[in-house]
Ligand binder design. Structure first.
Ligand code: CCH
Length: 285
């Protein structure tokens, strides 16, 4: 007979579910990292892998996982994401048949769901590229800028105003690190839980410039939460603000829209063969 050859192995939904479960388990086993979870940095890895997409030239996007290579790994926006890539190495070693590009986006889905977020449909089909597919620096947003820049950067990926605002709510999670982006602090008081709190506090808190030697950023009265200039642009701009108000009032509406838009983000530029999208069950602690 032909015998077993790794090339003939065609993974099923169950095989990918095993990887989801393994990532969830590894998240639980490593709660000493940062604010208590690798979840936020995994979400950021998946976003930065995908957010390089350019609709016009059809380059960039999660297909390729080119952040494995210099120069893309050294792009300023990707500082600190090595922690997320390294976190996933034991998973890749255990399931060598998954591509890095599928693994990084699946890890983003898993992290988001495990932190209490909505279910995100996902499907496999990304292939790893080589160094020649690295995208030029400057495709990801610059936090020191405002609405015009956001529309240019996200417009290049193919997103509209509503989608920009929906995606931005991910800043309920995680924090800024002075040794990565130069900015400092978390956006919310619950940086490892998916909530619509980012929108609520954007509207309800009073934000002042932080007086410090670092890059220009905002802080709340208690000085325990922060906003980037790009975050504040979402309430300075009337069109953006409409959606901030909507999502601040209605977490379910945000959950629904976020699930749609992040699924779209993770699929930008990927030449899928599989039509069907899968959902994976949250793994209980
Ligand atoms: Fe973001 N983000 N992000 N962001 N981001 C940072 C951290 C996270 C911008 C800048 C920054 C999205 C959009 C934007 C996350 C998810 C998303 C940091 C701090 C900066 C700066 C990095 C550090 O120092 O470690 C800008 C500008 C934009 C423009 O819109 C979108 C979209 C998403 C996902 C959908 C997550 C999660 C983090 C936390 C990472 C961590 O390590 O805690």
């Amino acid at each position: 007979g032909a015998g077993f050859s790794p090339k003939e192995f065609i993974p099923t939904k169950e095989d990918y579910a095993k990887i989801y479960e393994e990532i969830a388990k590894r998240l639980e086993e490593n709660e000493d990292y940062d604010d208590g979870s690798y979840g936020p940095v995994l979400v950021r890895l998946a976003w930065h892998a995908s957010g390089t997409y350019d609709v016009e030239t059809k380059t960039g996007g999660s297909n390729g996982a080119t952040m494995r290579f210099q120069p893309e790994s050294d792009h300023g926006a990707n500082a600190g994401l090595k922690a997320a890539r390294d976190f996933l190495e034991p998973i890749k070693a255990k399931f060598p048949w998954i591509t890095y590009s599928d693994l990084w986006t699946l890890a983003g889905v898993c992290a988001f769901q495990q932190m209490g977020g909505p279910v995100i449909p996902w499907r496999p089909g990304r292939a790893d590229g080589d160094i020649s597919a690295c995208t030029p620096d400057g495709r990801l947003p610059d936090a020191s800028k405002e609405q015009k820049h956001l529309r240019a950067i996200f417009g290049r990926m193919g997103f509209n105003d509503q989608e920009i605002v929906a995606l931005s709510g991910a800043h309920a999670l995680g924090r800024c690190h002075t040794d990565r982006s130069g900015y400092d602090g978390p956006w919310t008081h619950s940086p490892t839980m998916v909530t619509n709190n980012f929108y609520e506090i954007l509207l309800d808190e009073k934000w002042n410039w932080k007086k410090w030697g670092g890059p220009a950023q905002y802080e709340d009265k208690s000085k325990s939460r922060m906003m980037l200039p790009t975050d504040m642009a979402l309430v300075k701009d009337r069109e953006f603000k409409k959606y901030v108000e909507k999502y601040a009032k209605d977490q379910e509406a945000w959950f629904k829209d976020f699930s749609d838009v992040i699924a779209k983000l993770f699929e930008l530029g990927v030449p899928f063969k599989q039509e069907e999208k899968w959902t994976f069950k949250v793994v209980d602690a």
